[in-house]
Design a protein around this ligand. Sequence first.
Ligand code: SAH
Length: 249
Amino acid sequence: MSLIERQANIRIVLVNTTHPGNIGGAARAMKNMGLAELYLVEPKEYPAPRAVWRAAAARDILDGATIVETVDEAIADCGLVVGTSARERRIPWPLLNPRECGEKIYRESATHKTALLFGREDRGLTNEELQKCHYHVHIPSNPDYSSLNLATAVQVLAYEVRMASLADEQGNLPALTDWDQPPVKSADLEYFHEHLATTMAELKFYDPENPKQVLTRMRRLFNRVRMDEMEVSILRGLLTAVQRKIDRK
Ligand code: SAH
């Protein structure tokens, strides 16, 4: 399978972009590398002439872009979500380098939708948004000036996806072993986490002094495990059984 056949399963998501020029620049970077699925989460100024100008011959990518209001909407149907980060974060998260990221995205796009999330020019992605991601990817830049221009960051990571596709065409990318169930989609994982949080609260389980930390750690745990649809539905059933028991008392 070539990159063109996988295009529909590789989504670039730009969150709250301020400068329309960066949206155009990202569209161009994508088309140059053979990607096409652009999602814009609440862009500040869009549509805009500057976006069209920077896109050059990638106008079609802009015209085909999907505009949504939340990150949740942008990733709802995705089985793999990778968030970009210009710097190290407080809570360590499973981290990929750009090469590993390109391979993972390319490989998984054979069977399900994948998304790469890019943050705001001034402050990147929020912690809450980063916690929705299975992995984080950092382009190893100069630590004294680590933040790349947004469209440039899209260029680097899109290039790595292309390199993985070329390696695959040459038979240099070993196939993944088949799994019997599809990975859980982001929207269903979100419902699971809400269900888990409610049940833990009903059980008076988590430390009221520090509830956020527990929920963050649960998100990290389950993102690391990469549950499939069946596993999530079993756990949802278990939570419901626990809730019924609490009700009866
Ligand atoms: N001051 C912000 C920088 C945001 S740069 C911060 O510290 O988070 C805008 C976006 O470009 C980032 O959200 C990310 O999507 C991308 N980006 C910039 N530099 C990057 C890097 N070194 N690695 C990965 N993504 C990067």
